[in-house]
Design a protein around this ligand. Structure first.
Ligand SMILES: Cc1cc2nc3c(=O)[nH]c(=O)nc-3n(C[C@H](O)[C@H](O)[C@H](O)COP(=O)(O)OP(=O)(O)OC[C@H]3O[C@@H](n4cnc5c(N)ncnc54)[C@H](O)[C@@H]3O)c2cc1C
Length: 461
């Protein structure tokens, strides 16, 4: 029998990699994990966590304004970008430490180096050039922002990576993209007082979300003062006398201090030695895996963003836990990618789970749509004109709630709980017999008794 240096070698110290390494090591396996940048990966270092901290920071100016309606007089407020960055960096460093502590506590060997495959059992540690062998390998190298190489002046642009480390808060920013990262950053920068323009080539932002929420959010963002240019794209970015000159296809030229590209993410597979090991990738460079996250090579698994299934932290962690069950607990387990609750931390926020109205219309013959649009209680005294939208999508035949969509404060928090009800297969009748929590916005979810309209074979009747 061949003796390997390790039972498991994990490449990538992000959400999926750290979970795989820590749990396998805790089970007594001999484990090493390699990370080329910082432990915690995209989520902790330059994704979910710092992004959410920025979201909180960007909401204060509205809180100060709203306070007046409740009798408060708030003194003159100022914002210090450098202070925010320093506080955020300290928190990220703390979290990175916790990730490393969890790994070392479980006796996983922590390697601060890039790692590349040499063959199906051998990995080269790039810092030292040393090679090590492992019985099983997990590739969890994540993804990286698409740098839009075809755009003249793309090298003058930033991505979300750099947005977390800007020296100064820009006076103006153009953000390119219509996905959740573009939309969230547009709201963040606007909230911090930056003149913000969002340029998106599609017809409407957030194309995969329910149309009511997309439109509602678009209108709310425009009402706040964010400029949104759909059906448009950048032709070039160049250095001007005062910042950058941005030429667009349909809206002429504008100036901006910063241009941020948020046009998708590409899997981190370049130069990873996949060919040498025989690991297949698809046309986008994502690693092809079977239902159990196993690659085309039996002893090599891939999970998280590098497989381009669902690019979310909890999904990468879930895939890691399924890998552990499959490989180390003699319990082959397929990751469950069905009915994933998710949020967009825009302002107002989106929380969503299950099918959109459009998807439901395609899959089910008879669909009931329960829809409420109302002014949240806080807005009455604050004087804010925002509207909250709540929608339940119900399969009329089975009465099951197959989609739930919310636009408004705390929508993400609500989506987490709604996710449990949809996963459990709750019916509209279960919602109806649930007592409301009063006074809350969420009570609307259990008090929409009659459908607002129905879909018959996908057509509204
Ligand atoms: C701006 C932004 C906001 C986001 N917000 C959310 C959110 O709100 N909610 C949510 O669920 N998800 C969010 N995500 C997505 C989430 O961060 C990812 O889905 C998640 O981090 C994927 O985990 P992973 O383990 O697959 O990869 P990652 O976390 O990306 O980890 C991969 C790690 O591998 C390392 N690496 C790459 N190649 C090598 C190599 N050859 N050798 C050694 N190390 C290597 C990288 O440095 C990285 O640390 C966000 C992402 C971004 C960019």
């Amino acid at each position: 029998m061949t003796a390997y240096d390790y039972d498991l070698f994990v490449i990538g110290g992000g959400s999926g990699g750290v979970r795989s390494a820590r749990v396998a090591a805790a089970l007594g396996k001999k484990v090493a994990i390699a990370e080329e940048y910082r432990y915690g990966g995209t989520c902790v270092i330059r994704g979910c966590v710092p992004k959410k901290l920025f979201v909180y920071a960007s909401q204060y100016h509205e809180h100060f304004e709203d306070a007046a309606g409740f009798g408060w007089t708030v003194g003159e407020s100022t914002f210090d970008w450098k202070k925010l960055i320093a506080a955020k960096d300290a928190e990220i460093t703390r979290l990175e430490g916790l990730y490393k502590k969890g790994l070392s506590g479980a006796n996983a060997e922590i390697l601060d180096t890039r790692a590349e495959l040499v063959d199906r059992h051998t990995v080269r540690l790039v810092n030292t050039g040393k090679t090590v062998t492992a019985k099983t390998i997990v590739i969890a190298t994540g993804g990286t922002p698409n740098l839009h190489g075809a755009l003249p002046g793309h090298d003058l642009c930033i991505t979300s990576n750099e947005a977390f480390h800007l020296e100064e808060l820009p006076r103006s920013i153009v953000i390119v993209g219509g996905g959740y990262i573009a939309v969230e950053f547009a709201n963040i920068f606007h909230g911090l007082g930056v003149e913000t323009t969002l340029v998106y080539r599609g017809a409407e932002i957030l194309s995969r979300f329910d149309h009511d929420l997309r439109r509602g959010l678009h209108e709310a963002m425009v009402a706040k003062g964010i400029k949104i240019q759909c059906h448009d794209m950048l032709k070039s970015v160049a250095k001007g006398e005062d910042g950058l000159v941005v030429e667009t296809l349909n809206n002429g030229t504008m100036n901006a201090d910063v241009v941020m590209l948020a046009i998708g993410r590409v899997p981190n597979t370049h130069g990873l030695g996949l060919e040498a090991a025989g690991v297949e990738t698809n046309a986008q460079g994502a690693i092809v895996v079977d239902d159990y996250s196993r690659t085309s090579v039996e002893n090599i698994y891939a999970l998280g963003d590098v497989t381009d299934r669902v690019q979310l932290t909890p999904v990468a962690i879930h895939e890691a836990m399924c890998f552990i069950e499959t490989e180390y607990k003699n319990n082959p387990t397929k990751p469950d990618h069905d009915t994933i609750a998710t949020a967009v931390f825009s302002q107002p926020e989106i929380g969503t789970v299950g099918l959109t109205e459009e998807e439901a219309g395609k899959r089910y013959n008879d669909v009931e749509v329960y829809r409420a649009q109302f002014r949240p209680m806080k807005a009455t005294l604050s004087g804010r004109t925002e509207k909250m939208i709540m929608k339940l999508i119900v399969d009329a035949a089975s009465r099951k709630v197959i989609g739930a969509h919310i636009l408004g404060h705390d929508a993400g928090e609500m989506a987490q709980l709604l996710g449990i009800t949809l996963k459990a297969g709750c019916t509209k009748d279960d919602f109806d017999r649930t007592m409301a929590v009063h006074p809350t916005a969420a009570e609307e979810l259990v008090t929409m008794y009659a459908p607002s309209y129905k879909l018959k074979d996908g057509v509204r009747v």
